[in-house]
Write a protein that binds this ligand. Structure first.
Ligand SMILES: *Cc1c(COP(=O)(O)O)cnc(C)c1O
Length: 400
């Protein structure tokens, strides 16, 4: 497992100038302990075997690659291939790192796993992994979000996690983060904080990336076996950036594979506060214990952001993405809410696959790009999740 991991970050958790640990000294100690335990435990045979077994028999890996023939045909250009993370148990890529984190917490002897959740996707994936691994789970969620996200709230309760309703302030994601973090800091020796993307202080961006990199390892091998070559493009949507790093990591050394991260342009990148295109429109700064690109307001605070896909509306982004942008290895492009909706409907009607609104951003980019490429060109799209969660909302917006 360890041998196939990319060499980044450095010992201090930096990807070039990004990443690191912008945290108080007590927390630095705790993060360093997690980093050491992570290195030791993930090297162990029993850990690797248990994780590999669960990824196969529980998550259902490897996820297939589907050649979207009808979609490609209709667009009249390059062939579009979908890495089907939507077929994983719980319906998205998040289970890959939640399982890794829950198992790591168990091997570390932790007594409780804590996290916040916004729309509830991370909460459900983590509650699932904790139920499986047999470790108590506590999810903090804003009262406003609890009222909005009923199916996910119900699932978390069924899965047996303790749901903490946060009523302070605006009672949404930011307050949930604060609340979860306070609980964590009350006993960091016994608790494990499970971060939901490749963000936060070192070692989290590295750990989450490593647990997600199974996506790209599988995809590279599957594509090679079927086509005897690698794709011309590999693309994925970027919120915090975990599904994209999961796909990209295996291809970083393949110069012929162009990598594209797709950010949400929302209602337009010319409208501050109405998009969440952090790498495309932001600048280097810091947020949530790390240095990375950030969207800031005039006061230098993290800006309000928007995307039709709630999993993509984050004003920061993973430090490795920030680095990969600066060195030019990955290109970051944007897709609007409208283009996302068009791709959501087209993929549903032409291929019978309802994608998550997040994933539909990557599909939209492929749909825009395929016609500009020859028919023997290949675009690999990471279909990060399924769209069941978005179906009612889309039907309402489009008056279906
Ligand atoms: C949460 C989520 C995302 C965004 O998270 P990343 O860390 O950027 O991958 C994308 N797709 C789906 C289906 C999600 O649930």
């Amino acid at each position: 497992m360890t041998s196939s991991f990319a060499p980044m970050p450095d010992a201090e958790g930096f990807f070039g100038p990004y990443g690191g640990q912008i945290v108080p000294p007590v927390l630095k100690q705790v993060m360093d302990d997690i980093g050491r335990a992570y290195a030791e435990i993930t090297r162990r045979e029993d850990f690797q075997q248990e994780l590999a077994g669960l990824l196969a028999d529980y998550v259902g890996r490897p996820s297939p690659i589907f050649h979207a023939r009808r979609l490609s045909e209709r667009l009249g250009g390059a062939q579009i291939h979908l890495k089907r993370e939507d077929l994983n148990h719980t319906g998205a890529h998040k289970i890959n790192h939640c399982l890794g984190e829950a198992l790591l917490a168990k091997f570390m002897g932790k007594k409780k796993v804590i996290a916040e959740t916004g729309a509830g996707q991370h909460g459900v994936a983590l509650a699932t992994a904790c139920a499986l691994v047999g470790i108590p789970c506590e999810i903090h969620m804003g009262q406003v979000d609890i009222e909005k996200e009923h199916p996910n709230v119900t699932k978390m309760r069924i899965l047996g996690c303790r749901l903490v309703a946060v009523t302070r302030g605006a009672a949404t994601l930011k307050e949930a983060v604060d609340s979860a973090f306070e609980e964590y800091l009350s006993n960091p020796q016994d608790y494990f904080y499970a971060i939901g993307s490749v963000v936060g202080p070192h070692p989290f961006p590295m750990m989450v990336r490593d647990f997600q990199s199974v996506i790209g390892r599988e995809a590279r091998q599957q594509f090679m076996e079927r086509h005897g070559r690698l794709p011309d493009y590999a693309c994925a949507c970027v919120g915090g950036g975990s599904n994209a790093m999961g796909l990209f990591t295996a291809f970083l050394g393949d110069a012929e594979v162009r990598l594209v991260g797709v950010e949400p342009a929302g209602e337009g990148t010319d409208r501050p506060g109405r998009h969440a295109a952090t790498l495309s429109m932001g600048k280097p700064g810091q947020i949530h214990g790390m240095k990375c690109y950030v969207l800031e307001n005039a006061q230098g605070e993290p800006d309000v952001v928007h995307s039709i896909a709630s999993g993509l509306d984050y004003p920061g982004v993973g430090p490795q993405h920030s680095y990969l942008k600066d060195v030019g290895r990955v290109r970051y492009d944007t897709v609007t809410d409208q283009e996302c909706l068009d791709a959501f409907m087209t993929l549903s009607r032409v291929e019978g696959i309802i994608p998550a609104l997040e994933s539909a951003h990557a599909v939209a980019w492929a749909m825009r790009t395929a016609p500009t490429l020859p028919r023997d060109g290949h675009i690999l799209v990471n279909l990060s999740g399924r769209g069941d969660k978005d179906a009612d909302y889309v039907a309402q917006v489009l008056d279906l």
